[in-house]
Design a protein around this ligand. Sequence first.
Ligand code: ADP
Length: 210
Amino acid sequence: MNLILLGAPGAGKGTQAEIVCDKLGIPTISTGNALRAAIKDGTEMGLKAKEAVDAGRLVSDEIVVGIVKERLAQDDCKNGFILDGMPRTVAQAHALEDMGVNIDKVIDIEVSDEAIIARLSGRRVCSACGASYHTEYKPSSVEGVCDRCNGALIIRKDDEPATVLERLATYHEQTEPLVEFYRERGKLVVVEGQEKVEDTSALLLAALEA
Ligand code: ADP
């Protein structure tokens, strides 16, 4: 199954992608994680992306389309994949169509701005594998340590309050139009984000089976 996870920053796309990935055995392609890895490694792409990511703005369509194109060409994507965080602009959605990528479903995880602001303040991510946690809603077993790989958990620079507001504004302006884009194509499934991770997963997995 070829899936796209859509939703505001902090709607829980990454967490749900991990769950769907484990359940269906298809890989997640997270442009956010790919960009953070490139920034950490100081690659040419990372240097180009750093300023926008840190400020909560989008990086260029060219960069993210390049990341996804390269990743989709790998063998493990043949039986399906989950796109987490891409497309984020109508131009990126057109680029996917132009690549001939067939999408089965687009899951839009809807969460209010107020809930997002509260959630992002407690978010922690693994500095090694990118897995995400929340101090209150999804704590790791050992504080500050990743359950998956024992990496150190950190606060993302773009989770600072001012940057969160910038990311939300960017979302409403540039990404939300994709809801209509995919509704028109008959691909859209709306899932109301719940307070508990597992409640959202249950709705999401049911939507995939429908
Ligand atoms: P979240 O969904 O929590 O905002 P991501 O990890 O998906 O976070 O993305 C973090 C940042 O990486 C974004 O704020 C943006 O700067 C950049 N980014 C990720 N995906 C894209 C994309 N498809 N297009 C443009 N920029 C992107």
